[in-house]
Design a protein around this ligand. Structure first.
Ligand code: ATP
Ligand code: MG
Length: 661
């Protein structure tokens, strides 16, 4: 079966078992400002897995297009792409393990026709600390299925991934128990880090054994979760059976869910019995075209061709979904993907426009299965070709400037440069000797100017310098970073000016409402959940107004809970203070809250509101201020926090108006 056939067969298989086929969600999430892209089939299903009723019922199936920009550095290996399709089926409180496991086994072995002796399985080992048992139920179901095919399938304990590399696998073993880092699903990983209030549960992953020799660089012994490439994870079945009620306490859900996701490209690779996902029917034609355009062979230019094919497939779907290249958010990622593909094409010797030839090949691959690709074909080609032209223009200008900037130190360059020359060809006639005569602008500064003013990528500047025999200052990177930091500081100062103006004043009343907004934001997240993200805030002398993501109208009880929490925190007289942190640390390590769409510089100011004697702040939020010094000030004159109104602001966004009275 080829990839298109596998996709269709999967949808049909589950449709025959009572599932509604639902359309894929767009690559840009519509009601979830916390992430740029849809990265799994489960993501658009979260509200329903959390209990909201799905209009199409309790059994659903789809093929979800996914984009994982975070996997960009893994593209080039045999099995990762930034863009891929995830085949998913869900039971929303309907069937469970006893149906899901046999269905998947049947689909893989009977429908796709995979050899069962090449399938390996992992299950959850249990967490005695939290009274969560080992998932023997899943392991036994799998074992019986293998036995029915005449395969003994012994079950073995592994534990952690590290244990796997030490222990390896023994003959006859096929089903392995791993710990919470590998076989537990929640929105935030293992049982320890599962968010309180969230559903979660053990999962069971399916691997295909390509039988390639183990590469000991990854660890001593091979095991299913080894990354050497012998075993490829093709899919994951999540048994969402628990809810984390409090730290360390997990309770069984009355109506557990199934959440299954398999990589279409990977199943197709397994069906080919070839570990290279780029050889499958929905990718190979792109590579074949690249071979034709470049006259180079995939075998000798594997990594570059993989990157180009992946990035252009991703960019094509982004264009289908309405994204256009720009300098922010999704558009920025798209621009990066397109430009990176063009840069990698240089390595194939392709220096002329080529997207016009490649994009139609990609569109054809999806033409029959995703009608929106067919409908938007013309527009998609136009958007991508336009970006290619813009980038080549940038490159040309950058090259001219490169020569101008370096001329004072390398006078020979001026005569040797020509705007028509593209990067790989300009080296002819260039001096090869190294000169250092200490000019006004350092190398790092020149590269920064090229990047900042002309958009010329730093990687290309470095290559150009190398080609021209210019030995860059050892510390060019530091020089470059220093200029970058200066520029950020300038734009932040400018932004602060805007912010201050926008606030329209800083009276005591403003400060109080500003502080109350932080308390309420945290309270909303505690009452409604972590999906609550600020979408806007407006403060006057009279009231605060706050927009946030949440799918439903708040109930009177929820409103009351939020008011109570805020008043309680006002009563506790939290101390309000702030400190600056590197943005990455504040966001990723310390979990500081932010607002949707806000862009941050290198460092951010974070406001902390904490009660005396407590070590965890109640609120920890990125913000420019200003605030009161301690929260009891909000209660001055016997005032209380009260929500006046809770209403819809736009799709998926609620608006609250609240006062201190
Ligand atoms: P891996 O460890 O291989 O990166 P993962 O644990 O990130 O996979 P999941 O998040 O469980 O994968 O996603 C479910 C399925 O989606 C995987 O079993 C795999 O088949 C597929 N998948 C995940 N990431 C990619 C990718 N970058 N390219 C292609 N398929 C992928
Ligand atoms: Mg991954």
């Amino acid at each position: 079966m080829n990839a298109q056939e596998i996709r269709r067969a999967y949808l049909k298989f589950f449709e025959d078992r009572g599932h509604k086929i639902i359309p894929r969600a767009l690559l840009v999430p519509q009601n979830d400002p916390t992430t740029l892209f849809t990265g799994s089939g489960m993501q658009p299903m979260i509200p329903y897995l959390l209990g909201a009723e799905h209009p199409e019922g309790k059994r659903l199936v789809d093929s979800q297009t996914c984009l994982r920009a975070q996997d960009i550095d893994e593209v080039g290996d045999n099995r990762h792409t930034t863009f891929f399709e995830m085949l998913g089926n869900w039971s929303l409180g309907d069937y469970f393990k006893a149906e899901q496991i046999p269905w998947m086994f049947e689909f893989l072995t009977e429908v796709v026709g995979l050899d069962p002796s090449k399938l390996y399985i992992t299950c959850f080992i249990g967490a005695p600390k939290y009274k969560i048992p080992k998932d023997t139920e899943a392991a036994e179901i799998w074992q019986k299925l293998f036995q029915a095919k005449g395969i003994e399938a012994e079950v073995a304990d592994i534990g952690s991934e590290a244990d796997g590399y030490q222990r390896g696998i023994k003959p006859g073993e096929r089903i392995f128990y791993y710990d919470g880092a590998k076989n537990w699903w929640s929105r935030n990983g293992a049982p320890e880090t599962t968010p309180v209030g969230d559903p979660c549960g053990p999962d069971s992953e399916m691997f295909y054994d390509f039988g390639t020799p183990h590469n000991p660089e990854y660890g001593e012994h091979c095991h299913p979760n080894c990354d050497c490439g012998r075993f490829m994870e093709i899919g994951n079945n999540v048994f969402m059976a628990y809810r984390k009620e409090a730290e360390g306490k997990f309770v069984l859900l009355e109506q557990p869910n199934i959440d299954h996701g398999s990589g279409l490209e990977r199943i197709a690779a397994a069906a080919n019995d070839n570990p290279d996902v780029f050889k499958i029917s929905i990718v190979w034609p792109i590579i074949a075209k690249l071979e034709e355009i470049s006259g180079k062979r995939y075998d000798s230019h594997t990594a570059s061709m993989r990157v180009i094919a992946d990035h252009l497939r991703a960019a094509t779907f982004l264009a289908v979904d309405g994204v256009v290249p720009s300098n922010k958010e999704q558009g920025y990622v798209m621009r990066r993907l397109v430009r990176r593909a063009i840069r990698f094409a240089f390595e194939l010797g392709v220096e002329q426009n080529f997207l016009e030839q490649i994009v139609p090949v990609i569109a054809d691959l999806y033409h029959d299965d995703f009608p929106e690709v067919a409908q938007n074909r013309g527009k998609v080609i136009e958007v991508l070709v336009k970006e290619e032209k813009a980038f080549r223009q940038t490159l040309r200008k950058g090259l001219q400037q490169f020569d101008k900037l370096f001329a004072p130190r390398y006078p020979e360059l001026v005569s040797g440069s020509s705007p028509e020359n593209m990067p790989a060809t300009v080296e002819q006639g260039m001096p090869k000797q190294v000169r250092h005569d200490g000019d006004a602008m350092t190398h790092g500064e020149s590269l920064f100017t090229l990047y900042d003013t002309y958009g010329f990528p730093v990687e290309l500047s470095v290559e150009e310098a190398f080609k021209r025999g210019i030995e860059l200052d050892n510390n060019w990177q530091q020089q470059f970073d220093a200029k970058m930091a200066e520029q950020r500081a300038r734009s932040q100062t400018a932004a602060k000016g805007v912010f201050k103006g926008g606030l329209g004043g800083q009276t005591m009343q403003h400060k109080k409402y500003h502080t109350a907004t932080h308390l309420m934001y945290e309270a909303l997240r505690q009452v409604l959940g972590d999906h609550v993200v600020q979408h806007g805030s407006n403060i006057t002398e009279e009231r605060l107004r706050f927009d946030f993501s949440h799918p439903d109208k708040m109930t009177p009880e929820q409103i009351k809970q939020v008011e109570d929490i805020v008043n309680e925190q006002i009563g506790k007289d939290l101390k309000v203070s702030y400190a600056e942190y590197p943005t990455k640390v504040a966001r990723e390590e310390m979990g500081a809250l932010g607002a949707f769409g806000d862009r941050y510089g290198e460092t951010v100011k974070v406001y902390k509101m904490i009660a005396d004697g407590e070590d965890k702040p109640f609120s920890f939020e990125i913000c420019g201020g200003p605030h009161v010094d301690h929260t009891a000030q909000l209660a001055e004159g016997g005032k209380h926090f009260k929500i006046l109104k809770e209403e819809s602001s736009s799709a998926g966004i609620r608006r609250i108006k609240a006062v201190l009275v």
